[in-house]
Design a binder for this molecule. Structure first.
Ligand code: FUB
Length: 335
């Protein structure tokens, strides 16, 4: 298995991709296929007067939309189904509706999302609907046992796993053994990096069936990636399965790539295996990976349409391909 960004001597592939919704800023796109149709659950950037980048405060999103595509990713008509709920509909939240994801079980649709609570601590909430585009009813409390940001849900054989966590403004560095510790911080550069978390959802889909566990991302020698490693986890978890293997992908934050690691179980451990996307225009990079109509896709965002403003991002899609050995062909993010 290759551990380089690309196969030896191979440059990242330059491909134009498609901006999915040029008329507004949408970020963090989590895409799924429900009943054969593509749905996207992004966060909604806007030109907020909050212009303070400390702790990610400039990502000041206040509502969520849902999109669907009539047809395929590259040519289908992208439909905006409008606002599904706003921060005022979340009794426990104060601001910053960050990245979200969705899952379907027994005809119900669950929208998992992130917001700061009234004390400024990021938590993960859930809203439920009878259709993929809503109307969604928000649960009155965050999901007990979850914390930090960026929920992503993976389903297999009727079991649902929720991944979460993000460093920096996402506050993951403040948790040890699932407990908030105001004094905790990032490890030293030569120490193991902080892992994202995973837990199985209970049958009701709105509570956890178990305590969150660390998602270990290892190097080829079996050691956890160090905090100083440019491919260590930062935020934006995603899990997909390809050819019987589990691919955990994520943003590396300050080194601005989307990277991935491969394992044999949804719980990991995962071995670092390469980059999916090189840096894009803008600070953050976030994504989902999915199969539709027998083809694989990377759905992500960049800040090119806003002229490089990190807090104003646009959804984009690229075709994704795998080599015979299961590694992913790296896409040039365009920076
Ligand atoms: O959009 C706000 C935050 O920026 C997300 O939750 C992170 O993943 C990053 O994209």
């Amino acid at each position: 298995m290759s551990v380089s960004a690309t196969a030896a001597g191979e440059a990242p592939v330059k491909t134009p991709g498609r901006y999915l919704f040029p008329s507004d800023y949408m970020a963090d796109p989590s895409a799924h296929v429900f009943d054969g149709k593509i749905y996207i659950y992004p966060s909604h950037d806007w030109d907020s007067p909050v212009n303070d980048a400390a702790d990610g405060n400039h990502f000041d999103m206040k509502d969520y939309h849902v999109f669907s595509i009539d047809g395929d990713f590259l040519t289908g008509n992208v439909v905006d189904h409008g606002v599904i709920f706003s921060v005022d509909d979340v009794p426990w939240a104060s601001r910053q509706l960050w990245a979200a994801d969705a899952a379907c079980k027994d005809g119900k649709y669950y929208h998992y999302f992130t917001a700061r609570d009234k004390e400024g601590v990021f938590r993960i909430g859930v809203a439920v609907a009878d259709s993929p585009v809503g109307p969604f009813k928000v649960h009155p409390l965050p999901i007990a046992g979850t914390y930090s940001i960026d929920p992503a849900v993976y389903e297999e054989n009727g079991e649902y796993f929720i991944y979460f966590g993000g460093l920096g403004g996402g506050q993951l560095q403040k948790y040890r053994d699932n407990v908030y510790d105001a004094d905790a911080d990032l490890p030293a550069k030569n120490e193991p990096s902080l892992p994202p978390r995973v837990a199985r959802l209970a049958d009701d889909m709105v509570t956890l069936a178990e305590d969150p566990k660390p998602v270990m991302i290892l190097d080829a020698a079996g050691n956890p990636l160090a905090e100083g490693d440019k491919h260590r986890f930062y935020e934006a978890s995603w899990l997909h399965k390809y050819n019987g293997k589990y691919y955990f992908s994520y943003s590396t934050g300050n080194s601005h790539t989307l990277s991935y690691a491969i394992g044999d179980s949804p719980y990991g451990p995962f071995t670092y295996s390469g980059e999916i996307l090189t840096p894009v225009v803008g600070w953050t990079t976030h994504h989902s990976v999915l199969e539709h109509d027998g083809k694989w896709w990377l759905v992500c965002h960049d800040s090119q349409p806003s002229g490089g403003l990190s807090r104003l991002r646009s959804m984009k899609v690229f075709p994704l391909s795998y080599r015979a050995d299961g590694t992913i062909v790296t896409i040039d993010g365009g920076k």
